[in-house]
Design a protein around this ligand. Structure first.
Ligand SMILES: Cc1ncc(COP(=O)(O)O)c(C=O)c1O
Length: 393
């Protein structure tokens, strides 16, 4: 055999071995497409998101003059989010990797605008705020929740002080999918002249559609005058590909507070945390937004809510109880030993979340969770509950 042919064969063998190895590792992962991930706020990307993502692998939005077409896609996606959140004309968005990054940028902005270092959060705020406290020398002031599991506004008012940089409200809490009374927080923040950040990482792609469907849910967006910024993630209920989150801010001038000069690349300034970042997830999010539109997302949310209701009924039929009436497609099932139940369910190939603090497990009815999936899950769940000594019928 010729030497060059031998070398080529060797290279090909190596290539195939690497791909096979990757597939071996991948086969150990749980998949959204199996329907068996019941405890994640992410989902299988929409087919058009996958197609769009693959087309933009070599782009870099951190250097927008090299990728003007990609930059236009970003602008179009931000325009979609702007309408979704009822943002005013002067508002703009910063695209990032997800809810954590957007929350970090929001508090970075509030801290620089105010020159203050205390942030009031509901007790059930996402753990990204713990990271924020550590990263930025911020003191968190956690506020107890009401019996409905949302922030106590009167207790919030009492904690506002000379050093308050921001108040955070959640629109779609991680554990229970609850919405804080953002309208009351907005009134409070107007009176006290405090920055109000809304973490709608999960709920941002749900609440507008729940309203269209006639659900009675709290307002959360820029229609409320004190809302200064909103976190919203396309890689959760936006059905896009990971990683894609956006921080939307009421006034684009504010971004100067979290911008730096970029002397050796083609843009003058850059806002936010990331520098090099791909347009692939942005193209994916934009493609889904264009393809589904408001009507498609409303249908998707309606379907998730219907299956969530069906799941609730099936859970109650086996004698278990929910911790609270669900606001969204997030169910918390009261369980004495959530850790044990979660572990055994994992052994059977099902993934739910343990919430030991609340004595519950969490089921998130994302778009990949169908009625058929629930019908397969419930008998296994019942068996595991019997095994772990839960009181069921
Ligand atoms: C309300 C809320 N905020 C922020 C985050 C963090 O988002 P990410 O994991 O995309 O950083 C989450 C994640 O579940 C969330 O539920």
């Amino acid at each position: 055999m010729q030497y060059s042919k031998m070398k080529n064969n060797k290279k090909q063998n190596k290539y195939h071995k690497i791909i096979k190895d990757l597939e071996k590792y991948q086969s150990q992962d749980f998949t959204f497409s199996s329907g068996r991930i019941l405890g994640s706020m992410c989902t299988q990307p929409h087919p058009i998101a996958k197609k769009a993502y693959m087309k933009f692998l070599e782009t870099n939005l951190g250097d927008p003059y090299l990728f003007p077409g990609s930059k236009k896609i970003e602008a179009k996606y931000l325009s979609f989010i702007s309408k979704l959140l009822n943002a005013p004309k002067n508002a703009t968005g910063v695209i990032g990797s997800g809810g954590t990054e957007s929350n970090i940028s929001a508090i970075w902005l509030a801290k620089n605008l105010s020159g203050k270092k205390e942030v009031i959060i509901p007790k059930n705020a996402h753990f990204s705020f713990q990271k924020i406290a550590s990263l930025m020398d911020i003191k968190l002031i956690p506020i107890p929740l009401t019996e409905n599991y949302y922030i106590d506004v009167l207790k919030t008012k009492k904690k506002i002080g000379n050093n308050t940089a921001a108040i955070v409200g959640i629109a779609g809490s991680t554990e229970l999918g609850t919405i804080d009374p953002i309208s009351d927080l907005s009134d409070l923040c107007i009176d006290e002249k405090v920055y109000l950040h809304v973490d709608a990482a999960f709920g941002g792609y749900i609440i507008p559609f729940l309203r269209k469907l006639g659900y009675d849910v709290f307002d959360f967006d820029f229609k409320l005058p004190a809302v200064s910024s909103i976190t919203i993630d396309a890689h959760k209920m936006g059905r896009s590909a990971i990683p894609l989150g956006t921080l939307f801010v009421r006034n684009k001038k504010w971004l100067d507070e979290i911008s730096v000069e970029t002397p050796y690349i083609s843009s003058k300034k850059q806002a936010g945390i990331l520098a090099t970042r791909s347009c692939a997830p942005v193209a994916a999010a934009y493609a889904v937004a264009e393809y589904l539109g408001i009507e498609g997302y409303t249908k998707m949310v309606k379907n998730c809510m219907n299956i969530a209701r069906y799941t609730k009924e099936k859970i109650e039929e086996i004698g278990l109880e929910l911790l609270i009436k669900p606001t969204m497609n997030v169910l918390a099932v009261k369980i004495k030993n959530p850790l044990k139940v979660e572990k055994i369910l994992t052994g059977y190939g099902w993934k739910v979340n343990k919430m030991e603090r609340l004595g519950a497990i969490r089921i998130v009815v994302m778009p990949h969770v169908t009625k058929k999936v629930i019908d397969e899950f419930i008998p296994v769940f019942k068996k595991v509950c019997i095994q772990t000594g839960e009181k069921i019928s």
